[in-house]
Design a protein around this ligand. Structure first.
Ligand SMILES: Cc1ncc(COP(=O)(O)O)c(C=O)c1O
Length: 377
């Protein structure tokens, strides 16, 4: 039975208020977007100020877009810069595909199974193990190169890359929607080396992991690599739809890449970016993240339970259950006790806000532990 979620009428920081007046502690953060909590005051006040100025201007630039662009750029080395804002993660990933194909003059693309880059035809086909929506020429999907699969995957990658027909490899540093598997720094560095040798672009998808979800600014920093292209989204607007493509400044935009779209970089999105990123900069994120991460690791990660495996880091935690039914029971029991956890198939996900109240975090974790240890067998 699918879980009957109540409609949410209001949300503030870590609490969801439903239409009937009941509450849930939000441990899912609107698909990992609201790192600063729902209706964050700083983001709201930037949006309010912009509401009376201008909203959408199409392709024409605005001062606020320029400010947002500079703020995004300040998170990256000088070699890289924002090529453009978009509204959704999928749109950013689609643009990266067009950018890679045009700039390399190649058609081939490599993605990894059970990754997530979006739900358009191209982004879904590149990554998910969906029953194919359509066969797309030039797309290759390999097993995700987590520790267990890296030895098997590298030779396949090498064979494909050495054909010099591959425009780009798309990589999620941690599979946020696919079990929480991660690549090792050694593998990522070897992959980048091979990409450089063969003229292939490495696109790292940080739409979920970027802007401190895993503790540091971007998860690729743990891998000690500098990708050619970085996809950003979700947290950068703290729930307001905005995404972006950051790339090596040697990659130039050409009209053939079909850059932009009607709402790309609209002034309200820019205001949300400024409100979010400037607030993130003012917080002691390392300390705040560590407190939450330590609590999750010590109370849930340490449980001796053979029903699930917990993977993740920082504020991104994924339970992989042996059976989808167990994941559903777990999430539905938690929901009945006032804790909202994300759910898809055998996976359940925790992506709490950095600003979650201590007592709410403790309460949610106690309920989770209680269910996992007493109610799941
Ligand atoms: C890593 C990653 N890339 C891309 C996307 C697609 O983003 P959107 O849903 O905004 O299109 C997601 C969404 O969950 C994601 O987690």
């Amino acid at each position: 039975m699918p879980i009957a979620y109540k409609r949410i009428a209001k949300a503030k920081n870590d609490i969801l208020t439903n239409e009937d007046g009941s509450h849930h502690i939000d441990m899912f953060g609107a698909n990992g977007t609201v790192l600063l909590g729902h209706v964050n005051e700083s983001v709201t006040s930037h949006l309010h100020s912009q509401l009376d100025q201008v909203w959408a201007t199409g392709t024409i630039d605005t001062p606020i877009r320029g400010q947002a662009r500079s703020l995004v750029d300040s998170f990256f080395p000088n070699s890289h810069g924002l090529l453009g804002f978009y509204s959704t993660g999928m749109e950013a990933a689609e643009f990266a595909i067009r950018l890679a194909r045009v700039s390399t003059g190649r058609r081939g693309l490599i993605g990894f199974a059970k990754s997530m880059h979006g739900k358009s035809m191209a982004t879904a086909f590149l990554a998910w193990d969906n029953p194919s929506i359509a066969e797309l020429p030039g797309f290759h999907r390999l097993p995700y190169p987590s520790k267990e699969h890296e030895t098997e995957t590298f030779p396949k990658l090498e064979t494909l890359l050495r054909t010099k027909e591959i425009a780009a490899v798309f990589l999620e540093p941690i599979q946020g929607s696919g079990g929480g598997y991660a690549v090792s720094p050694e593998f990522a560095q070897k992959l980048l080396g091979l990409c450089r040798e063969t003229g292939t672009l490495l696109v790292v998808d940080e739409i979920l992991t970027g802007f401190y979800r895993t503790g540091c600014e971007f998860a690729h920093r743990y891998l000690e690599i500098q990708p050619d292209i970085i996809l950003i989204g979700k947290i950068m607007g703290n729930g307001f739809p905005v995404s972006g493509v950051v790339a090596d400044r040697n990659l130039n935009i050409e009209p053939k890449m079909l850059p932009g779209s009607t709402y790309a970089g609209n002034a309200l999105a820019a205001a949300a970016v400024i409100g979010t990123l400037s607030t993130l900069r003012s917080l002691n994120i390392t300390e705040l993240t560590k407190t939450i991460e330590d609590k999750i690791r010590s109370s849930i990660g340490s449980l001796a339970c053979d029903q699930f495996i917990l993977r993740g880091r920082g504020l991104l935690w994924i339970f992989e259950f042996k059976e989808s039914a167990k994941a559903e029971t777990f999430v539905s029991l938690a929901y009945a006790r006032g804790v909202f956890i994300g759910h898809a198939g055998p996976l359940a996900r925790l992506m709490p806000a950095l600003t979650i109240k201590q007592e709410n975090l403790d309460h949610a974790i106690n309920i989770i532990v209680d269910i996992l240890t007493k109610e799941l067998d």
